[in-house]
Design a protein around this ligand. Sequence first.
Ligand SMILES: Nc1ncnc2c1ncn2[C@@H]1O[C@H](COP(=O)(O)OP(=O)(O)OP(=O)(O)O)[C@@H](O)[C@H]1O
Ligand SMILES: [Mg+2]
Length: 284
Amino acid sequence: MATTETTAEPRNDNRIIIDPDTDPRALEAAYVDDPRMKCRDVNVYYADFHAIHNVDLDIAKNQVVAFIGPSGCGKSTFLRCLNRMNDIIDICRVTGKITLDTDDVYDPKIDVVSLRRRVGMVFQKPNPFPKSIYDNIAYGLRIHGMASTRHEVEETVEASLRRVGLWDEVKDRLDMSGTSLSGGQQQRLCIARAISVNPEVVLMDEPCSALDPIATGIIEELIRELTELYSIVVVTHSLQQAARISDRTAFFHLGKMIEVGHTEKIFTKPYHKLTEEYLTGRFG
Ligand SMILES: Nc1ncnc2c1ncn2[C@@H]1O[C@H](COP(=O)(O)OP(=O)(O)OP(=O)(O)O)[C@@H](O)[C@H]1O
Ligand SMILES: [Mg+2]
């Protein structure tokens, strides 16, 4: 678990910083043993605009990796590469290689619907379907053929809602619309929906930014618990949140991944000058 200390120490050794370009030494922790996902030399373009430059990153099993960096640096763009959500943006082009286990995510033969079951996503604004709380989860189970009998569906709906700590709050009103829940409850419903189909990775793009501190605390605790079963990638603007919940942190700046490492190391002794400047509030 990471430290809550968010202030970078001044650099007092003789590290040579190649600034502002990336320094390979700040990126050594991009690779892990036995990763769930591997990204190699990933570049993303929106028409002529080069939004992501040459990113190599492994997504580890049973860990949270946080993406931080100033607005517009490419965090969401890179996150969306992991389950091909960028496919739905016409002008967007992704190059490089991304694998999930041994499968090439960008293989034209891969079934994108099943890829997105395996690499689920939770968005900034809770987006339950305009359906009942029950159907918000049951729908995905049916679409993906994850439960064959009504009894199996019921069991998985309950298990998923229990996993996100929502069952006791909603068990007597499962037929009410998902949109009738509070923001924090809706976000837990969306997480329940993502995990109900047994994903391997869950991507979360600023999952708490629309929530109050209490709902945020509940989601953060849940994210930590979910690492027991899944790999989690979280984009966050809150440095404190990254420090609290992530095992590794990747810092992006102007479309480049500048530094990645164990969260405690990044927050206490960042390697790259740009990381240090961002963490100490000098820009961003
Ligand atoms: N659909 C799009 N079409 C064209 N350019 C885009 C599109 N989406 C993002 N961009 C550009 O790509 C760059 C990275 O954007 P992205 O949304 O990934 O940043 P971000 O780090 O997630 O920012 P924020 O913290 O504000 O969410 C920005 O310059 C943005 O303007
Ligand atoms: Mg974003």
